[in-house]
Design a protein around this ligand. Sequence first.
Ligand SMILES: [Zn+2]
Length: 434
Amino acid sequence: MNRILAAIDGERIARHIEQLSEIGRTPQGGVTRLAFTREDAAGRELLRAWMQEAGLDVQRDAVGNLIGALRGKNPDARILACGSHIDTVVNAGKYDGIVGMLCAVECARVIHARGGLNAPLRIINFAMEESARFGAGYGFGSRVMSGAPISKQELFARDRSKVLMARAIQELKGWETGAKIATERTALDATYKDIDAARYDWTRVRAFVELHIEQGPTLERAGKPIGIVTAVAAPTRLQIILSGEQNHSGTTPMNMRRDALAAAAEIILAIERLANEFAPRQVVGTVGVIQAEPNVMNSIPGHVELRADIRSADADAKRECVAAIQRALKWIASKRDSDIAITTLTDETPVTFANEIVNALERVCAAENIDAVKMPSGAGHDAAHIARVAPAGMLFIPSRAGVSHDPREYSSSAEIARGARVLCAALIDLDQTA
Ligand SMILES: [Zn+2]
């Protein structure tokens, strides 16, 4: 096992990160490779070449996921899989998704060079993990592979240039085959078929493991080199509509007002206070949207819409916090004589990762003398979608100052190489029971 781990080449991973960051480089020193654009396609072609060079037989599925296969010595053993994404947000860093993807390819390379595992290995590059281009949910490619339903609304989404998502997916294929897409209708019809065709058979998969940068400050603050992810937080999103009374700001006495924006101010602080109360159970709460009407200086606001996002990896804690928020909001509204309507926009269930993978990661960290810590993930990842259909798990490496989705995003080559070694060791460990 040590021979294989020693062969992991941190310098090569670092070189590939730099090379990839040149595609879609922004003037601010960041990277923009939005999903299904020419830049994304160019980045993924480079990745495909590296996957082939590592010894993988690479196929692209109907929606653009790349799946690299390595045969196992025992073809009856269940499959081991790992991977991540390399599409980015606007003016992103060089590491989000990319680190996990390139570490997975490096693991495949050293495993192949040493004769392979007993189990077949699959290295997966998921298409469109980021929702930055079309604004729909994250992890399109992994959701399609997992067989999760994709809503019509999502395929009808448009980017800033009014390109339909279904058309973008078809265009990507067209660049390779030369096929032209006649209308949006044909793009939609083709995409529905592609989504069915790209559903993956997970019944033969023993484990899916994703390495990712933490994108938060926890590991760095705790001085820990590796995070073993136990669960992924999921959001509950509330739309809160307050109705008071719009009136003249000069002539309405203070004791005769029903100011919806002042009520909203109390509500924002109440959500923050309650999220703080539940913070020991890993709850976070944010009001990120406020729209006041008429939004002019000489009118008392009569109507306000707020949108709140409450997350936790602990489903019970989140439910209790949301219930407490609902009670507090109704009380504040009645005290201020405002009408209130609270609508739940989404209520997603947190994902718990498979114990056997958490245990395998703990085992290999202990064996390598790595002081790892178990932690939940506040951000969503492809592995969270795969966890609904196969045993899945994740490991994190530190992000400097917790910065992500920004050109300042950084993880050191040493941290990345250490992550690759843990990922590889976990695959070898899981291979013994595949
Ligand atoms: Zn990511």
